[in-house]
Ligand binder design. Structure first.
Ligand SMILES: Cc1cc2nc3c(=O)[nH]c(=O)nc-3n(C[C@H](O)[C@H](O)[C@H](O)COP(=O)(O)OP(=O)(O)OC[C@H]3O[C@@H](n4cnc5c(N)ncnc54)[C@H](O)[C@@H]3O)c2cc1C
Length: 314
């Protein structure tokens, strides 16, 4: 790996001000970022890494009457183990508990999880060999290439890479709010393409905390090739909001997590075996499969049904 200078930030505002510079990136647990630097997948290499782990006060999970407030530096394993999260946002606890491996969950933070870059093998090819659409190039190489892990629900920003963060569909289904150094962003709007980023953060804007409305009813399911350490082929989260409305979000099927409003219509009157099946069918009624990924359709259909049935049967 090429050398870089390491700056330990004392406040999130200081980190944000530094991050606004072109040759600076921020690092939290480093489980995602260091791999991209080692492989030199990006079109640039930072001279400075600003370490967020030295910023105090961002590693707690707190509650108000209506919300959980989760600091950006809370480790995925701590979220998975938290009784507060298991009680009031079970889908998020399940999602964090299914991400990566125990080692990575004990290093990786929730802020890093929602800000990790896409896992497309063209985008992440070592030595930046593919200047793909996400990097400002003309082409998404997955379109004609090996697209077995890519989007089945269409293209976003000329990119077919599938979102790969496990926490993202859970946060979107739960109606969470991402609080940054500049503003508050609904999780449903956060994960959209923005140049190299897999979210709408601007330069010098960092995630401070995540606010999650409490609900006793939410679940998450993930399908991956390996049960131990693997990115999702498809993941799904469902959550009931304060008005009793069920939100259904699919991940790893589109460049950002996607709310399945047609599927939600199917379970408006309640979740039964039949309505859950109808919701699964509706979720995949408008797919745009590529040459190698049609197999994901059946997985998505089944995961929607399975997650809904867990919501009412457990
Ligand atoms: C082998 C392997 C398997 C994995 N499997 C999974 C999986 O199954 N599911 C899954 O979801 N993920 C997976 N990951 C991805 C990821 O590493 C972890 O999920 C982890 O949560 C990333 O957090 P981190 O703190 O280490 O992030 P870092 O690596 O420190 O940062 C990741 C990115 O986010 C940015 N960033 C970090 N914190 C902030 C902040 N507060 N504000 C703004 N930007 C920020 C960094 O600049 C960087 O671009 C895997 C990674 C590896 C290496």
């Amino acid at each position: 790996m090429r050398p870089f200078k390491h700056i330990q930030a004392s406040t999130i505002e200081e980190a944000a001000a530094l991050a606004a510079h072109e040759d600076v990136m921020v690092i939290a647990g480093g489980t995602d970022l260091l791999g991209t630097l080692k492989d030199e997948c990006l079109p640039y290499y930072p001279n400075y890494l600003v370490d967020l782990k030295t910023v105090p006060g961002l590693d707690t999970i707190e509650e108000t009457d209506t919300e959980l407030v989760i600091g950006a530096l809370v480790k995925l394993q701590d979220i998975a183990d938290s009784e507060l999260v298991k009680t009031h946002a079970q889908a998020l606890a399940e999602a964090c508990g299914r991400a990566a491996s125990p080692t990575i969950r004990n290093m990786g933070t929730i802020g890093g999880n929602i800000c990790q870059m896409h896992r497309c093998w063209y985008f992440r090819c070592p030595d930046n060999r593919f200047v793909c659409a996400r990097k400002g190039g003309k082409e998404c190489y997955a379109y004609k290439g090996d697209n077995r892990y890519h989007s089945i629900l269409g293209i976003e920003g000329n990119c077919l890479a599938a979102s790969s963060h496990d926490s993202a569909p859970a946060l979107a289904a739960l109606g969470a709010t991402i609080v940054t150094t500049a503003r508050e962003i609904p999780a449903e709007d956060f994960f959209h393409a923005n140049g190299l980023r897999s979210n709408v953060l601007e330069n010098g804007e960092l995630v401070k905390e995540i606010r999650v409305p409490k609900t006793e009813k939410s679940r998450f399911e993930k399908f991956a090739l390996r049960k131990s350490i693997d990115f999702p082929l498809v993941n799904c989260a469902v959550a009931e909001d304060a008005d009793g409305q069920i939100h259904i979000v699919l991940g790893a099927c589109y460049p950002s997590p996607k709310r399945m409003t047609d599927a939600e219509e199917c379970v408006k009157a309640g979740v039964t075996e039949e309505s859950a099946q109808a919701a699964g069918d509706a979720a995949v009624s408008k797919v745009m499969v590529l040459s190698h990924n049609e197999y994901k359709v059946e997985i998505a259909r089944t995961l929607v049904k399975r997650t809904l049935l867990r919501l009412v049967n457990e």
